[in-house]
Design a protein around this ligand. Sequence first.
Ligand code: BEZ
Length: 260
Amino acid sequence: MTPLRFLSSVLNPHAADPVKLPPGYRNGADWVPRIGDIFPDFEAETTLGPIRFHAWAEGRWTVLFSQPGAFTPVCSTELGSLAETAPELDRRGAQAIGLTPDPVGDLANWCADVAELFGAPIRFPMISDTGGAIARACGMTHPKESPDLPIRKTLILDPALHVRMIFEYPLRIGRGTDEILRVLDALQERDRLDVATPADWQPGDVLLVPSAFSDAEADARFGAGGWQPLRRYLRVLVPGAAESRVAGNRNSGPRLPRQR
Ligand code: BEZ
């Protein structure tokens, strides 16, 4: 380190950090992303060239996933599965980006090999986090799983860069891409209609009145006949009630749910 850099680092110890963690994330223990946080910005090398993360991710839904390493069995199946799923992400206005601790050349060779093996081209970027600085700063490591490798973490970020969902899988267990799509659908439906989704919900299934709404608020939002209480604490929406309110068409009446 040059003397000038050393003097600057005394005044601002985090100036050289690759990830721009907001000061509020630094208090006490290591920061880990939580639902509602704005995911930190960083610069990185990827298989599709250098990126600044916020500029790359802002404006679309993003599935950011970390993996322990290239040319390994579980990671290869995950990469193949995400490559196959990429068109489904695209249909939802979403994009994927992966992260491993490998050099970018190794990542590019691995992507080409996995594409050949599973017959699905990897069109999304893979971040080369050699040294693991991004994984450590962004809570993608887990001391009990590995002292140095990133675990299988998946974060769904909304177009304003908020963390909306976090999945954490141990090193030996491959993640389920269907669940990523299901949660993406549920988050987008929640934002579009201001509703809640029940367990195992899929597009077209019944929706719930969020517990945060009183009955009067539910009437105001979904119409007096737009919801039914099964219990005081469990209120289901009549099919189409939320959509008709969003469309501003109060006279159209409920519509049938979409076929699955
Ligand atoms: C795997 O992908 O199989 C793997 C990679 C690193 C550590 C453990 C498992």
